[in-house]
Design a protein around this ligand. Sequence first.
Ligand SMILES: CC(=O)N[C@H]1[C@@H](OP(=O)(O)OP(=O)(O)OC[C@H]2O[C@@H](n3ccc(=O)[nH]c3=O)[C@H](O)[C@@H]2O)O[C@H](CO)[C@@H](O)[C@@H]1O
Ligand SMILES: C=C(OP(=O)(O)O)C(=O)O
Length: 436
Amino acid sequence: MESFIIEGGRRLKGTITPQGAKNEALEVISTTLLTAEPVRIQNIPDILDVNNLIKLLAEMGVNITRHGQGDYTFQADALNLAYLDSTEFVRKCSSLRGSVLMIGPLLGRFHRATIAKPGGDKIGRRRLDTHFLGFKSLGAAFVKDPQRDTYQLQAEQLKGCYMLLDEASVTGTANIIMAAVTAQGTTTIYNAACEPYIQQLCRLLNRMGAKIAGVASNLLVIEGVAALHGATHTILPDMIEVGSFIGMAAMVGDGVRIKDVSISNLGLTLNAFRRLGVRIDVDGDDLYIPKQAHYVVESFIDGTIMTLADAPWPGLTPDLISVLLVVATQARGSVLIHQKMFESRLFFVDKLIDMGAQIILCDPHRAVVVGHDHQLRLRAGRMSSPDIRAGIALLIAAMSAEGISRIANIEQIDRGYENIEQRLNDLGASIIRVND
Ligand SMILES: CC(=O)N[C@H]1[C@@H](OP(=O)(O)OP(=O)(O)OC[C@H]2O[C@@H](n3ccc(=O)[nH]c3=O)[C@H](O)[C@@H]2O)O[C@H](CO)[C@@H](O)[C@@H]1O
Ligand SMILES: C=C(OP(=O)(O)O)C(=O)O
């Protein structure tokens, strides 16, 4: 186990480039299981979750060649399907949420899949009903094996159909798409999730020979094809990392440029920070966040208190709510932060309250933040990172605080942020990784 020791009060200045998107990487890497031909993927982030998925694929028999930083070819031409029944496989899947994304491709290509209860953030209940209902609609049978805590899925031939998803689940939609591309006939998915991660997955699949129409909308029409072939793909910048850097630049920046962010794929991210009063200049495909002595929270047009709430895409992503909340602690004004999707993602605010932030946790989903307007700095503290996004939010809080903080359980941060202490130290932060 490792911790970060952070000296607060250091100002960040300079240029930082976002890594490739974690959630897209997990999808497109899983999709390489759908063909025996090579699939080359570039801009893969060097982060724990992705590296664990790559290791898992290698153990399943996928031939993996690394050409350079973030540049890999995957060839699933000799899979060891027996490994999927092993206890080792089940144990590894349960430490990695992304492992759930292998079910769709395995079911699509090999007509069976064993899947363990996946790991990932402990941010409330994370049901998989949408995935399973989708597979069931395509004709798969599934049984739970309570002793091994696994699900077995089987289908002789998946058959296309119309389905209206019970919720726009991101990984659920990805999984159903990956199962449906080689199903017999046409599959129509309504209420499909349509994050850039899903759009990119569909674009790669179409390059592999799939026939998916409606990309970027919540109505996808997939005409099944007999088989897929190899292709190449480049992962988009991680919009959550971009948002996290905007948050840092607002709280402790002396002028930070975020390079090559793919602005057209950021959705409401810039809008949300601007509503907190953060100034963001757009320069080509870069963002520049100047030093700001104050940032003032907007009110709604009718004069009522600002609310920032997550929603399925193209709504505000839930993965930036924790960062927005910490930025609000130093704004001028008050804001209601409403995390609608997850049940326990806001509990980390008790740590910010210990550091001196003015926050009222109204219930598990809603927190009112009354900003200090930089009149009062947060106090350094000792804390532990409960999940990936709370982890980065606490890191931002610690960078802004007076004194030396310690954050334990930084494995949570490493799940999604590549070499984060080095990249931030290059901008002027003081973050040291230590063994516990
Ligand atoms: C590996 C990966 O890609 N993880 C992302 C993916 O997780 P994941 O795909 O697991 O998340 P889902 O989209 O399935 O659902 C997330 C949560 O939101 C709820 N929900 C979802 C849709 C909806 O219309 N209404 C609703 O309330 C679900 O019940 C669940 O509690 O999407 C989440 C939601 O953007 C992100 O936080 C995760 O970073
Ligand atoms: C919730 C997240 O990740 P995961 O779905 O992998 O747990 C996240 O990236 O914020």
